[in-house]
Design a protein around this ligand. Structure first.
Ligand code: COA
Length: 297
């Protein structure tokens, strides 16, 4: 799909995207690159990184890959520094690296819980912390007038509750907390905007193939009246909005991009029946003697 944004909306910016080798992260890399940014990708798997970087370069995008695990503070530091050394500045950090698997709470080991917390939550914090020096106004490669920006990829499943996702719910809730607290502290002190994006189910992502494999997909749809998939493009457009000057007054928010799915619930009454039933109930309550419950009439 064509982008509604001008092609230079992030021109001259340098973006570092963790988990940028595949899925939503790669689409954010692609769209940022198509709109003028230079791209550094951090990921654990060399092959995945190499093929993402070649794909970006074949589109004429300046791109480089750095191997590393967001759980390792040394890796985080090295990759942020390498990005700066390679491109001479850092403007945008996108924390898209995440871990997930379906498991019931009783079958999840504490180490399984911790693993996802370490990747999603601690990893996000570590990357933000290592990038601060370069993102703050007046930092290396920056003028004293403007700071950079951070985007944390979250989710909607912790707004209510999600089956077999206790570890991810906890991790994403904590990420939303990180987003708000850094927006407050670093927005005030360093002119860095910090926002999040909460994607709904997005087709063609590792997340979808892990969490809604073909076998359970149709069954899930029966219980989800508004169930429809978003595209990676939808998330990348939200990222462009938040990272570019279009979002210059947006700080500390997590933008839900799910087509309204998290609000959906089964319809308990057909629309046609509502007016009739509601008017009848109204009439009954008007005619009821004071103090007599309508159920007794
Ligand atoms: N069900 C239950 N527990 C699981 C599990 C599953 N499907 N997969 C892993 N675990 C547990 C392991 O048993 C282990 O706990 P234990 O030591 O108590 O046995 C713990 O999680 C760590 O597993 P391990 O395989 O050593 O971790 P890893 O660092 O190699 O991999 C994961 C991390 C598990 C999150 C892996 O899925 C991953 O790398 N994911 C990244 C990609 C991804 O998930 N993308 C989707 C984003 S939405």
């Amino acid at each position: 799909m064509e982008s509604p944004f001008k092609e230079d909306v992030v021109r001259g910016k340098v973006a570092l995207i963790t988990g940028g080798g595949s899925g939503i992260g790669l689409e954010i890399c692609t769209q940022f690159g198509r709109h003028g940014a230079s791209i550094a990708i951090m990921g654990r798997r060399k092959q995945v990184l190499d093929s993402a970087v070649s794909a970006l370069q074949s589109l004429g995008i300046k791109a480089v890959g750095f191997e590393g695990d967001v759980r390792n503070q040394e890796d985080a530091k090295r990759v942020v520094e390498s990005t700066f050394r390679h491109f001479g500045r850092l403007d945008i950090l996108v924390n898209a690296a995440a871990g997930n698997f379906l498991v019931s709470a009783e079958d999840l080991s504490p180490n399984g819980f911790k693993t996802v917390m370490d990747i999603d939550t601690v990893g996000t914090f570590t990357m933000c912390r290592e990038a601060l020096k370069y993102l703050k106004k007046g930092g290396p490669g920056r003028s004293s007038s403007g700071g950079g920006t951070i985007l944390n990829i979250s989710a909607t499943l912790h707004y209510t509750a999600a089956w077999y996702q206790i570890h991810v719910s906890a991790a994403k809730a904590a990420i939303d907390g990180i987003t708000r607290n850094l927006a407050l502290e670093w927005g005030t002190d360093y002119d860095i905007r910090v926002n999040g994006i909460a994607p709904g189910p997005i087709s063609g992502t590792p997340g979808m193939s892990k969490l809604a494999p073909e076998e359970i997909d149709n069954k899930a749809r029966e219980y989800m009246p508004l169930y429809k998939l978003g595209e990676k493009w939808d998330i990348a457009m939200a990222a462009l909005y938040l990272a570019s000057d279009a979002g210059k007054y947006v700080n500390g928010t997590t933008l839900i991009v799910d087509g309204g799915l998290w609000l959906s619930r089964p319809r308990h009454l057909p629309k046609e029946a509502v007016q009739q039933l509601s008017r009848a109930a109204e009439k009954r309550s008007r005619n009821a003697p004071v103090g007599v419950p309508t159920s007794k009439l």
